[in-house]
Design a protein around this ligand. Structure first.
Ligand code: SF4
Length: 669
């Protein structure tokens, strides 16, 4: 048995799986960046076994986007432990979902605030001889009297700490309590599901418990924000006492990295935030230096926003230089840099003041400071695009980060090895360029290992949702024809559209039932969407079938796992390109400047293809599943789009018109 097999928890490898794991193991041994494009069913989660086989004492960190992916890795690691009983692992999800302490505001800021207050009170009491904070009368009394909406102390944290006496020089030292250490040891050795964690922790902070477990664990599974938010990652690695150069990193569902990284670096300023900042500053003016000078700037920003309100365009870019000139006009400032400097000092003082009152919401002044800093940077950094949105009498400004490359490269270079996996990283060369530019990256693309006879892949050659054809009746009728023909496929089905607007057009044209199947249209409200989806997926067990109409990239198109009879076919109508406006145009221009001819494909076509593939990927989740995948859009046949489909799909797709499609689906009816 070789090293890889020693860490592999299944009786045998799936087709191509061993090749993929050896590829990952080699990356762990030699270091560097690797990207793996592997369709559903390739056994991607076992890549963690390959990294463990070559870890040699280095920590493995797995970054996932959703709780369901986190649970998949916890199950996988529990299986690995059956063949490697000494393996320990832990996980972290965001404090927003892990923290049991109530109250308003940002959970990270609240945590930082209550931990600081709790620590200082605990230390004060320890100096008076009370080394076990949970047994201290004063602390317990203060917790009892505390305003739960504006907490200053955290009983869950207090339970996780004790004080120990060091030597004379070091004095009292705060340390993890025995209760915390015992629980954390159990976490490392038992697979506690996220939903059972709060109960398991029994009054201890779940985050602290998992963090304590993570310190000594071989593997930590965490969410994307722990990795891609610089501040959170730095804190995490400091708490774990590890350096990136000693970490083997595995990033799951890596097609999402770009959106997550750019989203974290983008900031929005709403008109109501600006108003709130004016009010906050007006209350500070007497007590703080610099406030009056900054207050002169805000009406200028408000006037800038008001002027944009009259714009006919819903979204457009704005010139940071113009914003700059307008912001300083008639004030004591010469430039944005000085304004940002003064605002930062004020924002820090506001934050401290709020924390001491148990208020953990980001203040409007802090949001404004962050925004002004980004506009200032946008003046010289092309990766930040300043834009505005105007609707129903409201304007918001945004400084949007449009290029995740710098952050991705920094992460890739810093870690001992960095392996990215996804079922939709096609074409790998495009994602490689987008994330890592010219850095050396090893890549592997796997074929679809599920039986080919279990699926039908179709691409229509005679319909499109391209703008020029939207009013063309023949084209619209043909799309309706494709949907109605598709509805003959046995069982539950899904049809995905590029936008709500196009969805509504076809929902009206098709009616509420198609071929005896009830149509479920994706609601905009998340709670309604969950209830409707539950009803839809329960239909097969009641001997019924339905058809969902949803939007590519929407609530019903990603991260959902419809196994077996839950979904037997998916159709994507149109190429789900983002609306083309001047902001999009500038983003494309930026990428064309950066990558030449590939720039437009990477920034515009690739995300659309990925949305379509994600939607189709809801079907055929296990080797036994059977189903029909339809691309109802002729543009998928154009060479510049087709190249973005995975090789197995390009190879298998039956190119057809409506007549041929009718004949092909007969077998599946
Ligand atoms: S220490 Fe734990 S329970 Fe307390 S605020 Fe932080 S995350 Fe919440």
């Amino acid at each position: 048995m070789d090293r890889l097999e020693a860490w592999f928890p299944y009786p045998g490898f799936r087709p191509n799986q061993r090749e993929m794991l050896e590829f990952a193991a080699e990356t762990a041994r030699e270091g560097g960046i690797a990207m793996i494009d592997a369709p559903t069913g390739s056994g991607k989660s076992s890549v963690v076994s390959a990294l463990l086989a070559e870890s040699n004492g280095r920590k493995v960190i797995v970054a996932v986007r959703t709780i369901s992916q986190l649970s998949t890795f916890i199950r996988e690691l529990a299986l690995v432990r059956k063949v490697q009983p000494a393996l320990t692992f832990s996980y972290l999800v965001g404090k927003g979902s892990m923290c049991p302490l109530g109250g308003e505001g940002d959970p990270y800021r609240r945590c930082e605030g209550v931990k600081a207050f709790s620590s200082s009170l605990m230390r004060e009491r320890a100096q008076k001889g009370s080394l076990v904070p949970t047994e201290d009368r004063v602390i317990n009394e203060q917790i009892r009297k505390m305003d739960r909406e504006h907490p200053l102390l955290c009983p869950y944290f207090i339970k996780s700490r004790v004080f120990v006496r060091g030597d004379e020089e070091s004095g009292l030292r705060m340390a993890p309590s025995q209760t915390l250490r015992t629980r954390a040891d159990r976490v490392k050795k038992e697979a506690i599901a996220p939903e059972d964690l709060a109960g398991f922790c029994n009054g201890l902070c779940p985050y602290e418990t998992m963090m304590q477990a993570a310190r000594g664990a071989d593997v930590l599974v965490c969410n994307f924000h722990h990795l891609f938010n610089d501040e959170i990652r730095d804190q995490l690695y400091a708490s774990l006492d590890v350096e990136p150069k000693d970490v083997l990193l595995l990033i799951d569902e890596a097609h999402n990295c770009g959106d997550v990284v750019t989203g974290i670096q983008s900031v929005v300023l709403e008109d109501r935030t600006l108003e709130a900042a004016m009010t906050e500053l007006s209350h500070l003016s007497r007590s703080m230096k610099d406030v009056n000078a900054v207050r002169q700037v805000l009406p200028n920003v408000a006037a800038f926003m008001e002027a944009l309100q009259r714009s006919q365009k819903g979204e457009d870019w704005f010139d940071p230089e113009q914003f700059h000139r307008m912001a300083v006009r008639g004030t004591l400032y010469k430039g944005l840099e000085e304004i940002v400097g003064d605002l930062s000092k004020i924002a820090e003082r506001v934050s401290e003041k709020n924390k001491s009152a148990g208020i953990y919401k980001e203040s409007a002044v802090e949001s404004l400071t962050e925004f002004m800093y980004r506009v200032y940077r946008a003046g010289s950094d092309m990766t930040f695009l300043p834009l505005y949105r105007s609707a129903e009498g409201h304007v918001e400004l945004e400084v949007r980060n449009i290029d995740p490359g710098e952050k991705m490269q920094a992460i890739g270079k810093a870690h001992a090895a960095c392996v990215l996996i996804s079922g939709t990283l096609s074409p790998l060369s495009a994602y490689q360029k987008y994330y890592f530019g010219d850095l050396p990256v090893r890549t592997i693309s796997l074929p679809n290992s599920f039986p080919r006879e279990n699926r039908l892949v179709v691409c229509a050659k005679d319909v499109t949702t391209a703008y020029r054809m939207r009013q063309n009746k023949k084209n619209t009728d043909a799309i309706v024809g494709y949907i109605k023909t598709f509805a003959r496929v046995r069982g539950n089905l899904a049809v995905y559209f590029p936008s709500y607007q196009i969805l509504n057009t076809y929902a009206q044209a098709c009616g509420s039932r198609i071929n005896g199947k009830t149509v479920y249209t994706e609601p905009r409200e998340a709670s309604e969407a969950t209830a409707a989806l539950q009803e839809f997926i329960s239909l097969p067990e009641r001997g019924k079938a339905g058809i969902i109409f949803a939007v590519c990239g929407g609530k019903w198109s990603e991260g959902l796992d419809y196994r077996g009879e839950m979904l037997r076919g998916a159709m994507v109508v149109g190429l789900p390109l983002a609306p083309y406006n001047s902001v999009r145009k500038m983003t494309i221009e930026y990428y064309v400047h950066k990558f030449g001819r590939d720039g437009e494909f990477i920034s515009y076509t690739l995300p659309a293809i990925n949305r379509a593939l994600q939607a189709l990927g809801r079907v055929l989740r296990t080797p036994e599943d059977t189903g029909v995948l339809v691309l109802a859009e002729e543009r998928f046949l154009e060479p510049g789009v087709r190249v973005g489909l995975p090789p197995w799909m390009q190879d298998e797709a039956e190119i057809c018109d409506l007549d041929r499609f009718s004949r092909l689906v007969m077998k599946w009816a």
